[in-house]
Design a protein around this ligand. Structure first.
Ligand code: ADP
Length: 250
């Protein structure tokens, strides 16, 4: 279980995240959603320990995360960003195994884990010697996911992992990612700005606006019992283009 208590962050005059409480039960997929600039990535980066909180505390399985233990705690987290964030000068194999090698994991273990993960994300083994710019966008995201899973983290943090992909590849990877989450039963926190994607992945949606959480709950609850007019506006704004498209096709 990941617990945030009164966590906040500002940049200069901008309150990127107002004091926030949030709980992510172990094994659940929680999706952070909201308009651009509402604080989704800030919240994810705070959880990952990439930036420091102004106030409050984060607890991972009861342990308060501090600057002193965050590097160790990060080995229990896998992090994927929109463009994959792969090191361009490292091959697929070296990107995926970089932390394991840094931690002096056994070479046999590294090789078998690499093979297992390539099968899980369906990445052909012959791509292992390639560099990131020799891969398609979808393949890069598969590699990025392999890297995030390499050390078998308890917590998987995904910041718009499918945002840069074209719709067909995005759809395919959505299906596969969901099946992977199901197989691994990891705790997942995912950022997206797409309500359909959020509803597809998330047991719980966390809708944010201007650095604060507006409503937390399953999609059906947000749709049927919006906490504020904004919730309805946000859902309608994304639903209408789809309904217009459906009307044209009818
Ligand atoms: P989202 O992920 O929802 O698009 P962010 O968390 O990236 O939003 O940003 C929240 C707010 O914090 C925005 O107003 C953004 O401009 C600001 N912000 C984010 N990162 C920084 C930074 N490194 N320096 C200054 N302002 C930032």
């Amino acid at each position: 279980m990941l617990v945030l208590s009164n966590v906040s962050k500002h940049y200069g005059d901008t309150q990127a995240l107002a004091p926030t409480d949030l709980q992510v039960p172990a094994g659940e997929t929680l999706v952070l959603i909201g308009p651009s600039g509402c604080g989704k990535s800030t919240l994810l980066r705070l959880i990952a320990g990439l930036i420091q909180t102004d106030s409050g505390a984060l607890r991972l399985e009861g342990t308060v995360l501090t600057p002193a233990n965050i590097l160790h705690a990060r080995q229990r987290m896998g992090y994927v960003i929109q463009e994959g964030g792969l090191f361009p000068h490292l091959t697929v194999r070296d990107n995926v195994t970089v932390m394991a090698r840094y931690l002096h994991r056994d070479t046999g273990w590294i090789d078998s884990r690499l093979k297992e993960l390539a099968e899980l994300v369906r990445l052909p083994h012959e791509l292992m010697p390639r560099f990131p710019d020799e891969l398609s966008g979808g393949q890069r995201q598969r590699v990025s996911l392999m890297r995030a899973l390499m050390l078998d983290p308890e917590l998987l943090l995904l910041d718009e992992p499918l945002g840069a992909l074209d719709p067909m590849i995005r759809y395919e990877l959505q299906q596969e990612l969901k099946s992977i989450f199901g197989q691994l039963s990891k705790t997942v926190v995912m950022v997206t700005h797409d309500i359909a994607e959020a509803a597809f992945f998330g047991q719980t949606l966390v809708l944010m606006r201007d650095g604060r959480i507006v409503q937390t709950g399953p999609f059906t609850e947000l749709a049927q019992k919006p906490a504020e007019p904004f919730v309805e506006q946000f859902i309608t704004a994304q639903r209408e283009p789809m309904e217009q498209l459906a009307a044209v096709l009818r």
